[in-house]
Ligand binder design. Structure first.
Ligand code: ZN
Length: 292
């Protein structure tokens, strides 16, 4: 998916920033709708061999290597497991002190920046403020609320609003069923990620189970109870459970089952504080029965 289509407004703004040479050295890109794609586009702008008025050509060697993720002076940091480890950041700050392969410029993209430890964040910020050579940092997050205040105050924050209609239409064009496309557009931030999930057999299975669960909640809570064991068997890790809850919330919205939306929100809160998935589902069904 091309960034120009995902965030045309931001591309326009950043084109002006590039043309007036006002790109800052540290950004926080908040919101997953195109934030990685924009960071890549800006990295290309910084290294492009044949730029068009400071914007990247997209075709030269540097642009292509950056797109492929193999450009030597672009460093991508992603969480290892649930956190970005301090060692990962330390490795990075060592790189800052070496001269660049391609030029004196270096670009760092840090995905899920909210998963950085306080120590790692401090080490990183220190190197932003005392740069050796020219360093650009793009911190990416889907949830700005989880970012440490020290980071917020030292970066330029750019928000990435999600265009749900465009999102859903893009998925439909790629062959996803309309009902599923709408759900995914609400539940996900990145079109590419949503598309990847949509194309797995596991997703249609999840979708069907979720749909079935909602129908039972609506008409036969007793049967919903019996259905719980099938659900807990299928959703056996946190990631799958998260997707299940996301889909469930969207389906309940679509069905206008507002009281159950509220109960599900409460259940998700419980789940986040480590109550077992099964117990949380139990809670949703029990509350539904109480209403009937
Ligand atoms: Zn280029």
């Amino acid at each position: 998916m091309k960034i120009r289509e995902i965030q045309p407004q931001l591309i326009q703004e950043f084109t002006q920033v590039l043309q007036s040479n006002h790109l800052s050295h540290a950004y926080l890109f908040a919101g997953g709708f195109g934030n990685f794609e924009l960071a890549i586009w800006l990295s290309q702008a910084l290294f492009c061999e044949t730029p068009d008025d400071n914007t990247p050509c997209g075709n030269c060697r540097a642009c292509r290597l950056i797109e492929e993720g193999t450009f030597a002076d672009l460093h991508l940091v992603e969480p290892e497991g649930q956190t970005i480890k301090t060692a990962q950041i330390r490795e990075l700050t060592t790189v800052f002190n070496e001269s660049g392969y391609e030029s004196n410029r270096k670009v760092v993209i840090i995905r899920d920046a909210e998963k950085m430890h306080q120590n790692a964040a401090n080490a990183l910020l220190k190197s932003i403020e005392e740069p050796e050579g020219e360093i650009y940092i793009f911190l990416l997050t889907k949830n700005e609320n989880l970012i440490l205040p020290t980071i917020l105050s030292r970066t330029q924050v750019v928000k990435f609003p999600k265009n749900v209609n465009f999102f859903s239409e893009s998925l439909e064009k790629a062959g996803v069923l309309k009902t599923q496309a709408e759900l995914l557009a609400h539940a996900f931030d990145s079109i590419d990620e949503a598309l990847k999930i949509a194309q797995t057999a596991w997703f249609s299975e999840t979708f069907n189970k979720c749909d079935q669960f909602v129908k039972l909640l609506k008409t036969a809570p007793d049967d919903a109870f019996l259905y719980l064991s099938a659900l807990t068997d299928s959703f056996d890790d946190k990631e799958k459970q998260q997707l299940f809850f996301d889909l469930l919330l969207q389906l309940l919205y679509q069905e206008r089952m507002i009281d159950k939306v509220e109960n599900t929100f409460k259940a998700v809160k419980m789940w986040q504080s480590n109550v077992r998935f099964e117990s949380c589902l139990n809670y949703i069904v029990l509350e539904s029965e109480r209403v009937l």
